[in-house]
Ligand binder design. Structure first.
Ligand code: SAH
Length: 220
């Protein structure tokens, strides 16, 4: 089951502010109404340190520590919209980070598997999922470059850090008809979508993006 959020005590005061953000996402071309609704329902400020919380509804990426960033709302919405086109049920996410993208996904698909290589970020995100009463998210502290083979195949894989090339292993973990949404490249990155049809992989480039790099190894 897709999940709705338990938000008691989290503060709903900012819904009006979030509606302004949603209008902006519409203006920028986001069309999927389910995605827009979830963006309106998900409090982004709780994924940030208090000192930055007042900037939560700006359409910009914001730092979450350890040289990482909470992605720009537009890009979260765009990647989610593209992922949903193939109506996924089980989704793998690489780069849990703050957990914002994870929580957006958890409200739109049946099951989310999310991998993060930096332990303190993973722990914080897990605590947020618990607070929000999410029961359809599994997390793992690991280098996600090899995916999460034990739980494969996935109808959708979303990667929120950029490798220089698409890891082959991720393609193997895609179900037939499933799609991978991933930023690829170094200084110049392209948001890329790969759709699996049997053993054919159809690549499509969406738009230029800028993500932190997908790195190897784990941090404890
Ligand atoms: N979706 C997150 C984005 C965080 S930034 C959010 O909106 O908050 C990208 C994240 O990918 C960082 O937390 C970084 O630690 C993580 N990451 C980078 N390389 C990784 C890897 N190989 N395996 C798992 N996570 C990785």
């Amino acid at each position: 089951m897709n999940q709705s959020l338990h938000l008691q005590g989290i503060g709903m005061t900012s819904r009006r502010t979030r509606m302004r953000l949603v209008q902006r996402l519409r203006d920028e071309g986001i069309k999927n109404e389910d995605v827009l609704e979830v963006m309106a329902d998900t409090p982004r400020h709780i994924f940030l340190d208090e000192a930055l919380a007042h900037r939560a509804y700006e359409d910009t990426a914001l730092p979450i520590g350890h040289n990482q960033t909470l992605s720009q709302p537009y890009i979260v919405a765009r990647m989610t919209e593209i992922l949903l086109e193939s109506k996924p049920s089980r989704v793998l996410e690489l780069g849990t980070g703050s957990g914002f993208q994870t929580v957006v996904l958890a409200q739109l698909v049946n099951e989310v598997f999310s991998v993060e290589r930096i332990r303190p970020l993973q722990e914080k995100a897990k605590e947020r999922f618990r607070q929000m009463g999410l029961r359809n998210v599994r997390t793992r502290h690991a280098d996600g470059g090899m995916g999460w083979p034990e739980a494969a195949p996935y109808d959708g894989i979303i990667v929120t850090a950029a490798p220089s090339e698409i890891p082959e292993e991720l393609l193997r973990q895609l179900a037939d008809g499933g799609r991978l949404v991933i930023p690829v490249g170094g200084d110049k990155q392209e948001l890329t979508v790969v759709t699996r049809r049997g053993n054919n992989f159809d690549h499509r480039v969406i738009e230029p993006v800028y993500f932190v790099p997908l790195l190897g190894g784990v941090i404890r």
